[in-house]
Design a protein around this ligand. Structure first.
Ligand SMILES: Nc1nc2c(c(=O)[nH]1)N[C@H]1C(S)=C(S)[C@@H](COP(=O)(O)O)O[C@H]1N2
Ligand SMILES: [Mo]
Length: 434
């Protein structure tokens, strides 16, 4: 395995061989409790089970720090996920190579994972409670059964994209997960409308912002410290396409994607879509939870040169994500014998729709309009395809450029910003014609 797991750059196996208890701490985010020593429990057991791919019936017989053989064979397999590139295993962060995102609806196995903290120990749907409080007339505590019975249940295809997707291409580099292209997905989500639940709770006149809280815990292990809690302005919260979701692609939500209940706030940074959702709190200030303040999910409000120092006050909170597209077929690096080929992929545009996708095989000198489908529903990504003809054998790049319905197109170069957000530069793949 090549994944580095701690600051010293030791890999998981060396780590377990050297110091199993420290390894448990690194992998599972906490010191094995004295009375727990000798067997895995709770989050540790859940993570170990997730890594292995199934439950471990005799886990009580496993000594602390024991490395299961299955992990040795395939160290970072995450149950129910397939082909993801793991960027980090504490917290778990994994993205999907572009060619594995070819489906119109992203299968759960291909939905990326972005965790800021330690996955909750308890993800039991039957006992799950969601609290709505703060500036509402009727504070409420709802079970998942309450949500299903009291509100209209809807199913929609919704794009979730991490605000830092594409960060790996920044130069000078930006700190944080080095996402390439695959921190984006469009799964089918089933749940109730956030707006309906807010209306039932009766949002007070002076509420301006939501605050979302989940059941995951901070990497430091500090009691009561949240890894992330973001929110959105009331206007956005009331958008009918935001869901409080309890199903993903017709099944239970994957544990790494926020089981059993999560928010899906499409079109805005993925961080607005709180996983393992426990609480929605209505506030009369811009929410100031972890990852809402400072420069987190913020970009300079004016163009800056690459590497430029930007004063804190010049940063503003990211709202809608920009227009973007992916080439999901063929896979980059292909050699084809045929001079004609179909390329295709998806395009999406934050709160807007995509109006056009163009492709180029001559480094942007000429462009050809691709066929573009309308979205299945607002906030679903749109499929596009184009039939290409290569004049002679040789090396080509296929570039794709989407334009939204406000006339805004993807740029060729990254608009650099200090934290490496919102890279929506055109996707390019290479093709060799033999
Ligand atoms: N509770 C909780 N919700 C969360 C996060 C998290 O760490 N904890 N990460 C956020 C971020 S930054 C993103 S991009 C999305 C990713 O959703 P996914 O992991 O289901 O792909 O979840 C968001 N919701
Ligand atoms: Mo994110």
């Amino acid at each position: 395995m090549t994944k580095k797991t701690d600051d010293k750059g030791t890999d998981l196996f060396e780590l377990y061989a050297k110091d199993p208890e420290h390894a448990d701490e690194v992998v599972f985010g906490r010191k094995p409790h004295k009375d727990r020593r000798g067997f895995l429990k709770g989050a540790g057991l859940a993570s170990m089970g997730a890594l292995i791919g199934t439950a471990i019936p005799f886990h009580r017989n496993m000594p602390a720090g024991f490395v299961p053989e299955a992990l040795a064979a395939n160290p970072m397999k995450i149950t129910g996920k397939d082909g993801l590139t793991i960027l980090n295993d504490r917290p778990v962060n994994a993205e999907t190579p572009a060619h594995l995102l070819n489906d119109a609806v992203t299968p759960t196995s291909r939905h990326f994972i972005r965790n800021n903290g330690v996955v909750p120990e308890n993800m039991e749907a039957d006992s799950w409670k969601l609290r709505l409080d703060g500036l509402v007339n009727n504070p409420m505590t709802l079970s998942i059964a309450d949500l299903k019975s009291k509100f209209e249940v809807v199913t929609e295809q919704l794009v979730i994209e991490c605000g830092g997707n594409g960060r790996a291409a920044f130069n000078p580099p930006a700190r944080g997960n080095q996402w390439t292209l695959g921190a984006v997905a469009c799964s089918e989500w089933t749940g109730v409308r956030l707006a309906d639940v807010l209306k039932a709770a009766g949002v007070k006149q002076n509420a301006i912002y939501t605050a979302h809280e989940g059941a995951d815990t901070h990497l430091s292990g500090k009691e009561g410290k949240l890894p992330i809690s973001r929110g959105v302005p009331i206007d956005k919260a009331m958008n009918p396409h935001n869901l409080i979701a309890f199903a993903m692609n017709g099944k239970e939500i994957h544990p790494m994607n926020g089981a059993p209940l999560r928010l899906v706030v499409p079109g805005w940074p993925g961080s607005c879509s709180q996983k393992w959702l426990k609480r929605i709190w209505l506030r009369d200030i811009v929410h100031d939870g972890p990852k809402m303040t400072g420069t987190a999910y913020r970009v300079p409000q004016h163009p800056v040169a690459a590497g430029e120092k930007v004063p804190k006050d010049d940063f503003g909170i990211i709202e809608a994500m920009p227009v973007k597209s992916l080439i999901t077929t063929p896979q980059t690096g292909m050699t084809v014998a045929d001079k004609s080929m179909t390329v295709g992929g998806h395009a999406w545009a934050g709160d807007n729709a995509v109006a056009q996708v163009d492709v180029s095989i001559d480094f942007g000198a000429t462009w050809m309009k691709a066929d573009l489908n309308s979205p299945h529903n607002p906030y679903a990504w749109q499929q596009w395809s184009a039939d290409l003809k290569f004049p002679i054998a040789g090396y080509y790049e296929v570039w794709a450029r989407a334009t939204d319905d406000k006339g805004v197109s993807q740029p060729f170069a990254i608009a650099w910003n200090p934290k490496g957000y919102l890279n929506n530069s055109m996707h390019r793949i290479s093709v060799r014609v033999s």
